[in-house]
Design a protein around this ligand. Structure first.
Ligand code: MG
Length: 349
């Protein structure tokens, strides 16, 4: 097992990464009181809820099973968590456990931040994306800085993760290599088969490195400001794709995959990346089965329309995260719009 400490002063928390952690004895040791509410969803409950419950037999335990999916991320769903906690008369010493992906994690994070003015919560993320994202270090839905007391990342749960979601999670892993660590990128390229085979050692390394890089970047941002924007590599193009396709289109990670390739294409067109660099970006995305082209039918105008409203823009200039070289991203405040249009025109079908 690996342990990563997210340094946040008195809100610091450990991320435990390894095989078989979902019902680890460690889980009970980080719970302060007697009352525990485990929140999960309909897809995860039949697979893993019993195992988490079996690790917590000494507690006064309640469970809530939510419907699965982004479309259920709203106040009525949240109300089911509060209702259960209130019905069971859960006190300030109660702990909530989020067993699921990003939606469950966000909802429980919010519920725990607000119930009884804030109670402990534990994250057990079950998708690669939510595992890589588990050093969240920041705002949740209400902008509250309520951090988990611990995160348990069990790499075994990825065996039941749909292939598309595995690929989507890998987009964010690759992003860390491209934005700040050429060695990590090379490591991903050499270990891509083990990663896609969900080998626990390889996955643990990828998650640990990604979480560490995110934590470092956010810490640096507090001193320098703006560095955090690097985490958006591929995301401006990606968000345009997601906005264009609407709900139920590509997964976030799939859009980020195609978006990173577009960022690499523009970086190459601007003379920063070589042809070989660009080929590497495309190849690594293809090997984790991510799209490397925009969706069929999406035009350069569609991109420009959605990217123009991106919140990172200042005074109407297009801000994009680009690469000086592989593993060295920066924020370009004046992206050359003609070159960008050329790149988009060459890729859109
Ligand atoms: Mg993302």
């Amino acid at each position: 097992m690996r342990e990563l400490n997210v340094e946040l002063g008195d809100r610091a928390y450990p991320i435990h990464i390894g095989s078989g952690l979902i019902d680890s004895d460690l889980l009970a040791t980080v719970i302060r009181g007697r009352q525990v509410l485990v929140v999960t969803n309909e897809s995860i409950a039949p697979l893993y809820l019993d195992r988490v419950v079996s690790a917590l037999t000494d507690f006064d335990l309640a469970t809530v099973i939510l419907p699965d999916g982004e479309s259920h991320k709203h106040i009525e769903t949240l109300d089911r968590i509060f209702s259960e906690a209130l019905t069971r008369r859960f006190s300030r010493n109660a702990t909530m456990i989020a067993l699921g992906g990003g939606v469950v994690g966000d909802m429980v994070g919010f519920a725990a931040a607000t119930y009884q003015r804030g109670i402990d919560f534990i994250q057990i993320p079950t998708t690669l994306l939510s595992q890589v994202d588990s050093s969240r270090l920041g705002k949740n839905m209400i902008g509250a800085f309520h951090q988990p007391v611990a995160v348990f990342i069990d790499t075994d749960v990825l065996t039941t993760l749909p292939d598309k979601e595995m690929s989507a999670g890998m987009a964010e892993v690759i992003k860390y290599g491209l934005l700040g660590d050429h060695e990590f990128l090379a490591w991903i390229e050499s270990n891509v088969d083990s990663l896609m085979a969900k080998d626990s050692e390889a996955i643990s390394t990828a998650i640990e490195r990604s979480c560490q890089m995110k934590a470092d970047i956010v810490a640096r941002d507090e001193r320098e400001g703006g560095v955090r924007a690097l985490l958006n590599l591929g995301h401006t193009f990606g968000h345009a794709i997601e906005a264009h396709l609407g709900y139920g289109g590509w997964l976030h990670g799939e859009a980020v995959g195609a978006g990173m390739v577009l960022a690499a294409r523009l970086s190459q067109a601007m003379g920063m990346l070589s042809d070989a660099d660009l080929a590497r970006v495309i190849a690594v995305c293809e090997r984790v089965v991510l799209p490397v082209e925009p969706p069929i039918g999406m035009t350069p105008d569609d991109f420009m329309k959605h990217m123009a409203v991106d919140k990172k823009n200042i005074d109407g200039r297009l801000r994009l995260v680009l690469m000086r070289s592989l593993g060295d991203a920066y924020v370009e405040d004046q992206a050359p719009s003609e070159l960008l249009l050329d790149v988009l025109s060459a890729c859109c079908r």
